[in-house]
Design a binder for this molecule. Sequence first.
Ligand code: GRF
Length: 204
Amino acid sequence: MAKLQLGVLGSGSGSNMQSIVDAIEAGRLDAEIKVVLADVPDAKILERARRHGIPCQFLDCSPWKTKLADAAELDCIRILREAGVDTVVLAGFMRIVKSALLEAYPGRVINIHPALLPAFPGIRSWQQALDYGCKLAGVTVHFVDAGTDSGPIIVQKAVEVREDDTPETLHARIQVQEHLAYPEALSIIASGRYRIEGRRVRIG
Ligand code: GRF
């Protein structure tokens, strides 16, 4: 299989992007990050990309705070295509991508969500799991479809909820698993040894 040509979209710290960079640099993932885009001009994800010599830029999504305007989405697609991206990695990107991006990259847009989906889509899922009294929380890497945090699941990892957990401590342990789950999911995609049957991703 050809090396994955990744485009990463993020809004924040970029620790998941870092885990992908680390996996590539350690030879655990056959991929290259061609470009990193952030909708927040001073997002740490851009700083991390620069540190590794990865092309990166701010994607202006104004005037919206949480929506991805049509013009910004088309701009995003243009940048990804010009960079030679074949797989789009959403890594803490706080906007819902729409059909234009999904049509430009059919079956090639991946997201990570800090919950065992389909439980707790949306924001601050670890807090939702705590409030619900769950004994298990976790992380899901999935293909993106037209819904919110839906789409066929590639990898999940469970995290035990402790009696003394706060939202912060639980989120921190979930993030440790995120950093294993994203490179693992991308390795499956890079291997090409999977097929999607209905909602199920069959691996191997
Ligand atoms: C992660 O918790 C991820 O699951 C969620 O947004 C957060 C991004 O963290 N979608 P980071 O920017 O990768 O550190």
